[in-house]
Design a protein around this ligand. Structure first.
Ligand code: PGA
Ligand code: ZN
Length: 423
């Protein structure tokens, strides 16, 4: 596939902050656009998100340098060049950049190209994007039966840096069990019904039902991290579903956001409580035996590897202990986690690592280690729904795409329902 044209521009994400959008055309006319998401509670070892730091524009958040890197530096090298595979395209960019964290061109710059190339290639081959990804992931082992709709982690309450710090725990999610909701559309329907019932519960309590970055409720009146669980349980029951049997819970604690690196303590600001590492693990263990939480993301700080090993030893038999900020979709960090049994599950975010090929590699290593993978959006999103196709066409069997609210989240859920109808 020879590349005919590439052009990139600055657009806004769901938070109104600039991000990169790149369009790529192959010489058979297949044309597609890749739009890049952006995080708020980012891991320290993510690839560079290149921003202009020009305080006269978008408070320093502009991405004109990234756009210019595509239009002026990379496009002249890529146009008229032939690439036989996604791997060779991505590897060419990785080599051109030449740095571990993509600090030359920016991970956002490179990912916009990688996504655009994947979509244009799928069009050129006349296959749906999820099938294109499936063939990339499973290679010669690909068969259509491997393509599967995910079990969704549906966000209903958010705090931390996503939701005015109404709770210290960043994300509270409900998960309709796949065995009870065999179609994705049914799982999403249950999630949406519960989401709206939680709205009723909040109103009855006289709480505000304002929402955070990812469309979930962020009521200012919440008194504790635990009260959010109470409200969710009430919502599930009032909506007519069985707690745990049909709907279980997941959390993203994003503990790095409230870990004090100097005192090595976990500090719940909303409750004015401080915990040593051991007290924190005891607290979480107790909390998760009281409520049916079976997936726990980022319970410990991103550099507290020992703490991770301890919590995985303690809770890992019965729960998925998921590394996000800890692992940043990075093969080396996933391997390090394996050496010390720090996790048993990996959050996958393409923009943490910067190309589709490296995202696939992170999933392959996770699969080899027997870890589950959860494909995730970012708090700043666009209407690009590539990750919906990616979760279907890869090893990841769960997805974390936010609340059933806000266009950029809904686009991804709708794409999954559309894919399900095509099967
Ligand atoms: P982020 O949050 O996109 O702001 O990093 C998502 C997450 O922590 O999982
Ligand atoms: Zn996270």
């Amino acid at each position: 596939m020879r590349i005919k044209q590439i052009w990139s521009r600055e657009i806004l994400d769901s938070r109104g902050l600039p991000t990169v959008s790149t369009t790529l055309q192959l010489d058979d006319g297949s044309t597609a656009t890749g739009k890049v998401p952006s995080g708020a509670s980012t891991g320290k070892t993510e690839v560079l998100e290149l921003r202009d730091n020009d305080l006269k524009r978008y408070r320093g958040q502009g991405v004109l340098d990234a756009v210019s890197n595509v239009n002026d530096l990379l496009a002249p090298k890529l146009v008229n060049k032939e690439f036989l595979s996604q791997e060779s395209f991505d590897q060419y960019l990785i080599d051109l950049d030449g740095t571990e964290f993509k600090t030359n061109f920016g991970g956002n710059t490179i990912l916009s190209l990688s996504i655009a190339f994947a979509k244009a290639s799928a069009l050129s081959k006349g296959v749906p994007l999820y099938e294109y990804f499936g063939k990339l992931y499973w290679r010669e082992g690909f068969k259509k039966e491997l393509l599967e709709l995910p079990e969704p982690l549906i966000l209903v309450i958010e705090g931390g840096s996503h939701g005015n710090w109404v709770t210290d725990i960043q994300e509270y999610m409900i998960v309709p069990r796949k065995v009870k909701f065999p179609t994705f559309a049914d799982a999403l329907r249950a999630g949406s019904e519960i989401y709206h019932t939680i709205h009723d519960v909040l109103k009855e309590k006289g709480y505000t039902a304002n929402t955070g970055f990812e469309g979930a409720f962020a009521p200012n009146q919440l008194k504790s991290n635990e009260e959010a669980f109470e409200i969710i349980i009430e919502g599930i029951e009032k909506a007519g579903y069985k707690v745990d049997k049909e709907i279980y819970l997941a959390v993203d604690i994003a503990a790095a956001e409230f870990f004090d690196t100097s005192t090595k303590k976990y500090i719940l600001k909303s409750e004015k409580k401080t915990f040593t590492e051991q007290e924190w693990i005891d607290y979480l263990d107790k909390l998760f035996s009281k409520y049916p939480v079976h997936i726990v993301e980022d319970p410990m700080d991103q550099e507290n590897w020992e703490g991770w090993s301890k919590i995985t030893k303690r809770l890992g038999q019965s729960k998925e202990i998921v590394g996000d900020d800890l692992l940043t979709t990075n093969v080396k960090r996933i391997q390090k986690a394996k050496e010390i049994n720090a996790v048993n599950s990996v959050l996958i975010k393409p923009n943490q690592i910067g190309t589709i090929t490296e995202t696939m590699r992170a999933m392959r290593v996770s699969e080899e280690f027997g870890y589950s993978c959860i494909l995730s959006h970012r708090s700043g999103e666009t209407n690009d729904s590539t990750i919906s196709d990616l979760v279907v066409g890869s090893y990841a069997q769960k997805c974390k795409f936010g609340a059933p609210n806000r266009g950029e989240r809904i686009e991804k859920y709708n794409r999954l329902m559309e894919i399900e109808k095509r099967f």
